[in-house]
Design a protein around this ligand. Structure first.
Ligand code: SF4
Ligand code: MSK
Length: 662
């Protein structure tokens, strides 16, 4: 039965043009998607669940707690504040564990590469050496692979470390921040250990003080941001290359009618990189031709998409909310998935088409999927096996519809290193020009717009927020599905400078950069930690992240990882605003997150459900930081003369960011 797809009462409305177009076509008529389920069920959530006051941590419960009512505490006496804090900490632990398991695989792949196993090589030797210095590894007169092996082994040891020493990469934080962590006793020690300790302390009958629970939740989140996520990003860059600006395209129109279309969905770059290599293999191309296809077209979905977009310029077909729609085109021979953010409904949607869902990780199997285990010791062979399976489906393709004109140009690849070169030039790479432009007010501040999309708010929410930020001359850093969504809105390319206020537009046009800098996948939020720390070190904007005119948001957060990310930013001193948090049912704990954390952390959470007001709040918070820094005097508007333009663009790779730079 066809379902009306013009939005639903009280919840999301499909505004995305490509999604609407696909859903209106014949192949998609019998497809049931999350949009339909939302329409059918509504998004009204259980009050106890959404307020964070349902506890099922022991078998005397489950207990549903009502704050302020004496006999509505848990059977064990647990209050709403304790229960909500425990639940929040467990969300942080779950999110961190996802990044941790991802990072561990990456480190193991890195070690294999250092040993000369597999098809990859160390690509970024400069980054290898700079990370080796962080770990105290000697580099002089040593072979690259020898350094890499020592680095890989030290990185792997960070997961199981039992000593009380902080994780190596926490040394990259500002001195002030490290001192705060030390004083609070929350400098993260072993990456796995911090997750375990959250689970222990939130077990029935252990930690019953919400402030104390939050100390461990903070340590756990920091072990993600400054531990697993940062390790994953840095080591991935070292073996697959640190991203540099490059052009590509996003949206469903990147699928090709006459080629084998294979979507790569999930998070782990080892699989995606191997598929990219295998897709160029003559044997695979010959097989595709034999099946009647003109080639093999890989297209990314979710954060795997962002990984290969950033490093290889492979187009991204869809973000999280479009994963089912991608299959509903009828044009996919296979969707290859690994871990995280893969909706169980995919197998059901795929049933109506010739598409196979190929699961590749023993951790994540799916009823109705085809499992081909990815072997990290033989990545290319595994990738070819997966591709062969997909290619053979091409002949079975039936009716399909690709919204061919729906593809947007994007310029991506803004690692924290790129930002150095982009504004500072190749020969004097630094954050000085960025800081100067913030101090003189051309750029009012920096906003990170990151995280997922979901079906709760309209799918143009990111666009609405970011347009307001740009108009107010705020530079935007984006990652994850938020970045993909902004790409679909046409904001991730230099031409989007026209949507900015005058002074930000001037900077973007001079340098040739987009006003929204795509910095990668959700794991890559660690790049933003480093960029923010670099801004502090450059000088003139205070002595900690908490002083910067900067703020982060994940307005359409969906996964537990987003809360872990949000909290590692707060614990690193950054203001963070979400559309909601599952803590509203516990008054004192909620107030502690929204105000009380300011004391110990110098930053706190904010909640605003209305996207326009959320954007206004971000601007106001940035302006307040500028006031506190004393840089908010009315700046005289200075137009760039030729000498200033030359100065800004000196040493830029290629023609600014207008074209591929590597
Ligand atoms: Fe209920 Fe306490 Fe058990 Fe939670 S730990 S389920 S509040 S008795
Ligand atoms: S994939 S965690 S929906 S960003 Fe990283 Fe997108 Fe959020 Fe998953």
């Amino acid at each position: 039965m066809a379902i009306k797809r013009n939005g639903c009462e009280g919840c999301t409305e499909i505004t995305c043009a490509s999604t609407k177009e696909v859903m209106a076509q014949a192949p998609a008529q019998n497809v049931i998607t999350a949009y339909d389920r939302v329409q059918k069920r509504g998004m009204s959530a259980c009050l106890f669940g959404s307020g964070g006051t349902c506890c099922r941590n022991c078998n005397m419960g489950p207990c549903q707690i009502i704050d302020g009512i004496e006999d509505m505490v848990g059977i064990c006496g647990a209050t709403a504040d304790t229960v909500a804090a425990r639940n929040f900490a467990r969300v942080v632990a779950a999110g961190s564990s996802a990044h941790t398991d991802h990072a561990r695989e990456m480190v193991k792949g890195f070690i294999a590469t250092a040993k000369g196993e597999g098809p990859h090589q160390i690509k970024d030797v400069a980054k290898l050496k700079s990370l080796a210095a962080v770990f105290g590894i000697a580099t002089e007169d040593r072979e690259v692979n020898e350094i890499a092996l020592e680095l890989g082994e030290k990185a792997l040891a960070e997961f199981g470390k039992q000593s009380e020493e902080p994780l190596a990469m926490t040394k990259r934080a500002t001195e002030k921040r490290q001192a705060i962590w030390k004083k609070l006793g929350i400098a993260p020690r072993g990456i796995d250990r911090e997750v375990v300790e959250v689970m222990h302390r939130t077990h029935m009958g252990v930690d019953q003080d919400y402030e104390n629970i939050m100390l461990q939740a903070s340590r756990c989140a920091l072990s993600d941001g400054w531990g697993s996520s940062m390790l994953s990003t840095e080591l991935t860059d070292i073996i697959f290359g640190t991203p540099v600006p490059r052009r590509s395209i996003v949206d469903l129109g990147v699928l090709k009618p006459d080629q084998v279309n294979i979507a790569v969905h999930g998070h782990e770059p080892l699989l995606a990189e191997a598929l990219c290599m295998a897709a160029q293999d003559p044997e695979m191309l010959a097989l595709a031709k034999k099946q009647g296809a003109k080639g093999i077209n890989l297209a990314g979905v979710c954060c795997t998409g962002n990984e290969i977009l950033m490093r290889r310029g492979i187009p991204v077909a869809a973000g999280f909310v479009q994963q089912e729609i991608c299959i509903a085109t009828g044009a996919l021979e296979a969707m290859v998935v690994d871990v995280q953010c893969i909706m169980e409904s995919l197998a059901q949607v795929a049933k109506g088409f010739h598409t196979d869902i190929i699961t590749t990780n023993y951790r994540a199997k799916m009823s109705g999927g085809v499992h081909i285990q990815f072997d990290e010791h033989q990545p290319l062979e595994s990738a070819k096996q997966i591709l062969s399976h997909a290619i053979k489906n091409f002949k079975k393709r039936g009716q399909f519809f690709i919204p061919e004109e729906k593809k947007l140009d994007v310029v991506v690849g803004f690692s924290h290193e790129t930002i150095n070169y982009m504004l500072g030039g190749r020969f004097r790479a630094s954050y000085r020009p960025l800081n100067d432009n913030i101090i003189n007010g051309r750029i009012r501040g920096v906003a990170a717009v990151v995280g997922c999309d979901n079906f709760r708010l309209a799918d143009d929410t990111h666009e609405l927020i970011v347009r307001h930020l740009l108009k107010n001359n705020i530079l935007v850093l984006a990652t994850g599905c938020a970045a993909t969504s902004l790409g679909r809105s046409g904001l991730v390319n230099p031409e989007a400078a026209r949507f900015c206020g005058d002074s930000l537009a001037e900077v973007c046009e001079t340098v040739g950069m987009p006003p929204v800098l795509h910095m990668g996948s959700c794991v890559d939020n660690s790049r933003i930690l480093i960029a923010a720390t670099q801004m502090v070190r450059e000088g003139g904007l205070g002595d900690d992240i908490s002083d910067l005119p900067a703020i982060g948001t994940a307005p359409l957060w969906m996964s537990e990882k987003a809360v872990a990310i949000g909290h590692y930013f707060v614990a690193s001193g950054a203001q963070v605003v979400f559309q909601d948090l599952p803590t509203s049912g516990a008054k004192r704990f909620n107030k502690y997150l929204l105000e009380g954390l300011m004391g110990p952390m110098g930053a706190h959470w904010n909640v605003e459900s209305d996207p326009q007001k959320l954007a206004e709040l971000m601007v106001a918070k940035i302006e307040a930081k500028r006031d506190a820094l004393g840089i908010n005097k009315k700046a005289e508007r200075v137009l760039f003369d030729m000498a200033m333009r030359r100065d800004l663009t000196a040493g830029l790779p290629g023609a600014g960011c207008h074209g591929p730079a590597a």
